[in-house]
Design a binder for this molecule. Structure first.
Ligand SMILES: Nc1ncnc2c1ncn2[C@@H]1O[C@H](COP(=O)(O)OP(=O)(O)O)[C@@H](O)[C@H]1O
Ligand SMILES: [Mg+2]
Length: 259
């Protein structure tokens, strides 16, 4: 999936010291913000300039993705130069939900200018992603709720990253948070079904964070006021109806290609 660089992942090979777990958000954010970035290769199937990098700080190292704003492909439906901030905003929502669905992600300067830097999560190659995406796996169901909150317009199968411990991470959240309803995903299996109790709790945490917690302040730094408002309204709608949303009628509901 990547160039040969993936076989030389610096994380965990022992040559660059200790690594960091995506579950340790604080340590990972510290490393991603302060670390020295070394570009190792370009992810060939990516549509933007998505660079596979090593990162190292005070004896801790990891692999990560660096997407410089300068390498963002212009899109007709999202303002230019905003995808990296949307990725960081998606991470902030993931943190507020409390499910750790998005690998630690920061906004910072890098060798090709400012961009987003996200911890690399190596997916277990023995997991069948197509089967996982169609399953009723609870981790995938959480992802469907998260996508509805952030209004993800591009949840492809290849954006699911299961490291093999039962957890599933998601990547590529550049085209999220549109004010218009643009949910486009391969995860429609729960449409119209009741939200789980844990989903209602997670939505409650997001709602509280948007109203008086740090989430609202963080999103205000990364998105427009209209986009933050629309996020709050999506959460309120889900809390009111307590169901997984239905596909939009005026928008292709499944990304193409779905992989
Ligand atoms: N944090 C990550 N950990 C592991 N793999 C990742 C990560 N971010 C991206 N990838 C891999 O790289 C591919 C391209 O990255 P993506 O974020 O989809 O870029 P683009 O915005 O250009 O589509 C993904 O489909 C996924 O396979
Ligand atoms: Mg992608």
């Amino acid at each position: 999936m990547t160039q040969s660089s993936r076989d030389r992942a610096p994380a965990g090979d022992g040559s660059l010291g200790r690594s960091v777990s995506p579950r340790d958000a604080e340590a990972a954010e510290r490393l991603l913000l302060a670390g020295r970035l070394g570009v190792e290769g370009r992810l060939v199937q990516a549509s933007n300039a998505t660079l596979y990098c090593s990162i190292e700080h005070e004896g801790v190292s990891a692999a990560c993705v660096y997407k410089p704003v300068a390498g963002e492909r212009p899109l007709w439906d999202f303002p230019d130069g905003t995808l990296a901030e949307r990725e960081v905003a998606a991470y902030a929502v993931s943190k507020a939900m409390g499910w750790g669905l998005v690998p630690p992600t920061v906004h910072r300067d890098g060798p090709y200018g400012p961009g987003m830097v996200q911890l690399w999560v190596e997916p277990d190659p023995d997991i069948d992603l197509v089967a996982l995406s169609r399953s009723d796996d609870e981790a995938i169901r959480r992802m469907a709720v998260f996508d509805a909150v952030v209004n993800n317009a591009d949840r492809k199968i290849g954006h699911l990253l299961p490291p093999g411990d039962g957890h599933v991470y998601g990547c590529d959240h550049g085209v999220c948070f549109s004010v218009e309803y643009k949910l486009r995903t391969v995860l429609w299996q729960w449409r119209g079904k009741p939200l789980t109790a844990e989903a209602v709790e997670a939505l409650g945490r997001v709602h509280a964070g948007l109203r008086e917690g740090p989430l609202g302040e963080r999103l205000a730094e990364l998105l427009t006021a209209e986009e933050v408002d629309a996020t709050r309204r999506r959460v309120e709608l889900m809390l009111k109806h307590r169901i997984h949303p239905y596909p939009p009628e005026d928008w292709p509901a499944i990304p193409w290609p779905p992989l």
